[in-house]
Design a protein around this ligand. Structure first.
Ligand code: NDP
Ligand code: 8X3
Length: 254
């Protein structure tokens, strides 16, 4: 049994929000890190900051590009090749429109990144886990993977898919002793709404009037999940801010 200090985690979407905060929580525990994202400068800055705490390697690729994903993961140097923990976090919502008005480009982005990108990264990592008969995969789903809210349509579908894939992985990888689970947050104040609304000022209002979850809150929970004893697998976790009861019920003071 490997101690946490000797483990290596690969985190997708490590350039901001939940992924970046998770990288920091893991670094504090001495977990070796492979950090992934499209924004190279951010990866370099985060690497510099976390290298004081642990060994860090960065991989700059777009998870929706099948070829680039496999090339990037195959390029890992010997000392970072053995991935014990995979955090499939890269993803975003693109747009918030009724189904009759949604954009095809937004739909493509959400299915290509949140669903197919997660599958590509997993496909590139799983063989070494089955071979070693150990590993832990955490998929970042969402409350949107458990209920469909108005105008959420395709984003919610992508996250429902993430939860179905999580269950499928847990069943199929069960013979190999690999842990698989999903962490499903409600409203977390990250760059999520900036991306969803493409820089529109409306993004500023999403987390106003109540205390939203912070990226660190989810990162701490992810560390809790990965630090359970070998025989304990947290299969599915739904986390809301206290002010939120479900996708459409949020207690706001304004
Ligand atoms: P952020 O926008 O802050 O972070 C998204 C991360 O995903 C960034 O690091 C981004 O990196 C990466 N990413 C996006 N597209 C790609 C791509 N094509 N290839 C590689 N990396 C990509 O949002 P969050 O931290 O909030 O989101 C993280 C996850 O949490 C997502 O899966 C999201 O759906 C989920 N989630 C978020 C909630 C919220 O309320 N914020 C609630 C529930 C779930 P880069 O741009 O550098 O590539
Ligand atoms: C993000 C949660 O409700 O903002 O997955 O879409 S929500």
């Amino acid at each position: 049994y490997k101690s946490m200090m000797k483990k290596t985690a690969l985190i997708t979407g490590a350039t901001s929000g939940i992924g970046e905060a998770t990288a920091y929580e893991f670094a504090k525990q001495g977990i070796k890190l492979v950090l992934c994202g499209r924004r190279l400068e951010r990866l370099q800055t985060i690497k510099k900051a976390l290298e004081r705490l642990t060994d860090v390697h960065i991989l700059n690729f777009d998870v929706s590009n099948k070829k680039d994903t496999f090339i990037a993961i195959e390029s890992l140097p010997e000392t970072f090749k053995e991935i014990d923990i995979l955090i499939n976090n890269a993803g975003n919502a693109h747009g918030l429109d009724p189904i009759n008005e949604g954009s095809l480009d937004d739909w493509d982005a959400m299915m290509d990144i949140n669903v197919k990108g997660l599958l590509y990264v997993s496909k590139a990592i799983i063989p070494q886990m089955t071979e070693r008969q150990s590993g832990h995969i955490i998929n970042i789903g969402s409350s949107a993977g458990k209920e469909v809210y108005p105008k959420g349509n395709v984003y919610c579908a992508s996250k429902h898919a993430v939860l179905a894939i999580t269950e499928g992985m847990r069943v199929d990888l069960n013979p190999y002793g690999i842990k698989v689970g999903a962490v499903n947050p409600g409203l977390v104040e990250t760059e999520f709404s900036k991306v969803r609304f493409k820089g529109d000022a409306i993004a500023e209002t999403v987390y106003k009037g109540f205390k939203a979850l912070q990226a660190k809150d989810i990162a701490e929970i992810i560390y809790f999940v990965v630090s359970r004893p070998n025989h304990v697998n947290i299969a599915d976790l739904l986390v809301f801010p206290t002010a939120q009861a479900n996708s459409t019920t949020v207690k706001k003071d304004i």
